[in-house]
Design a protein. Structure first.
Length: 168
């Protein structure tokens, strides 16, 4: 009795596995008959062979860096680019605070550039790699543009302080 039950169970599993396994390479499963088309009066375009290709992918930058550009290689450094003359061509690191002047309109910073000339800067003055954000009695705050893809912010604030000398 147990052997008959075992045979029936194994036969059931074999039939079930036969239904679940995919057909062999040479076999084609029987297709269900397609329902007859219904005429709704709407023209359905038939795709041609040219439309079967996938559309080309276009990367949209939207302010992000190029993901295929290496983070380790630099193509062009700020120091290598052509710079305009005067304070507009000075890097933030080349400027040195000499003094500050208080006027009715606000503070003015006296800066010495890399060319050993003095320049007067006001809030909002742009330099080659940044902008003057704030001027106080003893310091100037620059917002320097940083070209570092690993940095979370595209800028950093640089403070140039006045070197005060002690009176003898």
């Amino acid at each position: 009795m147990k052997s008959a039950l075992l045979v029936k169970t194994l036969t059931g599993f074999a039939i079930l596995l036969g239904l679940l396994t995919p057909p062999a390479a040479g076999q084609v499963p029987a297709a269900a008959p397609a329902p007859p088309p219904v005429d709704t009066g709407i023209a359905v375009p038939v795709p041609s062979e040219q439309d079967t290709s996938a559309p080309a992918y276009a990367y949209e930058v939207r302010g992000r860096r190029d993901p295929f550009r290496s983070l380790l290689l630099r193509t062009q450094d700020d120091k290598d680019r052509q710079r305009p003359p005067g304070v507009a061509g000075m890097l933030v690191e080349e400027l040195e605070l000499q003094g500050t002047i208080r006027t009715r309109q606000g503070w003015i910073a006296m800066m010495r550039g890399g060319d050993n000339r003095s320049y007067l800067l006001r809030k909002g003055t742009t330099v080659f790699d940044g902008e003057v954000m704030e001027i106080g009695p003893t310091e100037v705050v620059f917002r320097q543009n940083v070209n570092d893809p690993t940095s979370p912010k595209p800028f950093r604030d640089v403070v140039k302080a006045l070197a005060l000398q002690a009176k003898p």
